[in-house]
Design a protein around this ligand. Structure first.
Ligand code: ATP
Length: 423
């Protein structure tokens, strides 16, 4: 009797182990199915017998607490089972947060506000996703504040934002991004303008804390905060600032004892600081890969990913642009008007005269209508990209998710650029 040839690979996972795989081939199509047992991906449960699709760029871990059998179709670049995972530690963090949520519920207080910190490529975003998923699986409705401007995962790079998490992240598409509250910063790292970054974080923290009061469920569920991987010097000062602005009461430090000890020393005593291991599965990214991921994120903003979007392209006359940037070139204190410090310049709104240097730049469409408004503290409606500058006709062409006309609000120049290869 000939044995039936299988077109998939079968993986049998023991308790507390995970199947990790990566896909690098542009045309690769990989499918995974939970055949038996229980399994989850970054905190989202897999439905039995359902095939999940993964494409190029996927870096995945499917974990099981109880043991399971997985079937995998297609070509992966790396795939192996690991029994060394920090998932039980992460589950304990969730349990601790859950205890705080129950207490918050009993006393009708704010639930836990937890910040995840660590250097680059330690799995900060992944831990946030796991903690959020575990919370919603228990019926919680936490807020997710992402202050990592480099990835801009809730919107586009150069921004920070908050969303309300109401359901577990989709296995294939990640967290649902409905109605994020987004703030413009304009650089891919906080070092682009530290002072401005802190000001924007403070504003977002204030609004996020206020929005906890909108309903009891969210108030008791708390906030999970993701941060940038810049943890030394000014980067550390920024983390401390973020912790203070959000009034955090727990900090999860991934993989770095030095950072853990600094935070233990500097955080007020009511803040629990916990050191956690990094998963061996977290994939490191080179500078080029990060740049590519940023570009991809912006492309998805305009053109969609699985569901395609059809952006608009239209001309706007220079005279119709209310274009500004935040931060004037630094002047020494001695040159500043009396009563102002050089630092103040960094959060100053400066009118921008349109020129060819705008080409490819992202412009944030602010909700602020006038330069008299608190522009830094106002969230943004969306983004457009400058695809052409015609100095003769005194007009720019923009790529926009919305048809013309542009809303009659301020546009804020971002340092980030996007080359529209579709145009
Ligand atoms: P950054 O420094 O850019 O902020 P980070 O610390 O937030 O990165 P993540 O984005 O969470 O790190 O993880 C980096 C990549 O590793 C992601 O693509 C994620 O899917 C993958 N990854 C995380 N955990 C695992 C794991 N256990 N096995 C395989 N891949 C993983």
């Amino acid at each position: 009797m000939t044995e039936e040839t299988k077109d998939y690979i079968e993986y049998t996972l023991e308790t507390d182990s995970e199947l990790r795989f990566e896909i690098e081939d542009k045309d690769a199509k990989v499918q995974v199915m939970l055949f038996s047992g229980f399994a989850e991906m970054f905190g989202t449960e897999l439905v039995k017998k359902k095939k999940y699709n993964f494409g190029c760029g996927a870096k995945v871990a499917i974990f099981t607490y109880q043991g399971c059998v997985l079937h995998l179709w297609g070509k992966t670049d790396v795939s192996y089972i690991s029994k060394e995972t920090p998932m039980v530690q992460y589950l304990n963090c969730h349990a601790a947060l859950e205890q705080l949520r129950t207490q918050a519920e009993e006393k009708d207080e704010r639930g836990p506000i937890a910040m995840v910190v660590g250097p680059t490529d330690v799995g900060k975003s992944t831990l946030c996703r796991i903690l959020l998923n575990y919370a919603v699986r228990l019926g919680r409705r936490p807020l997710y504040a992402d202050t990592d401007v480099g990835q801009g995962a809730l919107s586009i790079p150069g921004t920070i934002g908050t969303i309300l998490v109401e359901r577990p992240a989709s296995i294939e598409d990640g967290l649902s991004m409905t109605a994020p509250l987004v703030y413009h910063f304009g650089y891919k790292t906080p070092s682009g303008n530290n002072t401005l970054y802190k000001a924007v974080v403070s504003k977002m923290a204030e609004v996020t804390l206020e929005s906890m009061n909108v309903n009891k469920k969210t108030k008791h569920s708390g906030i999970i905060i993701n941060t940038c991987g810049w943890v030394k010097g000014d980067g550390y000062a920024i983390l401390a600032h973020t912790a203070q602005a959000f009034e955090v009461n727990a900090v999860f430090v991934l993989d770095q004892e030095r950072l853990y000890n600094e935070l233990l020393r500097d955080m007020p005593s009511f803040v629990r600081v916990v050191l956690l291991s990094k998963s061996g599965g977290v994939v490191e990214r080179s500078k080029e890969q990060r740049a590519e991921a940023r570009d991809q994120r912006i492309k998805e903003y305009f053109y969609g990913s699985k569901t395609p979007f059809y952006p608009f392209s239209f001309e706007v006359k220079f005279q119709d642009l209310k274009l500004y940037k935040i931060g004037a070139p630094p002047l020494p204190d001695s040159c500043m008007p009396i009563g102002m410090k050089a630092e103040d310049n960094k959060t100053k709104l400066v009118a921008v005269t349109p020129s060819s240097s705008l080409l490819h730049h992202i412009l944030a469409v602010s909700f602020a209508e006038s330069n008299e408004d608190d522009v830094i503290g106002t969230n943004v409606a969306g983004f457009v990209c400058v695809t052409d500058v015609d100095m003769e006709r005194q007009a720019i062409t923009i790529l926009s998710p919305q048809p013309r006309p542009l809303p009659n609000t301020l546009l804020l120049l971002s340092d980030l650029q996007f080359m529209d290869s579709h145009a």
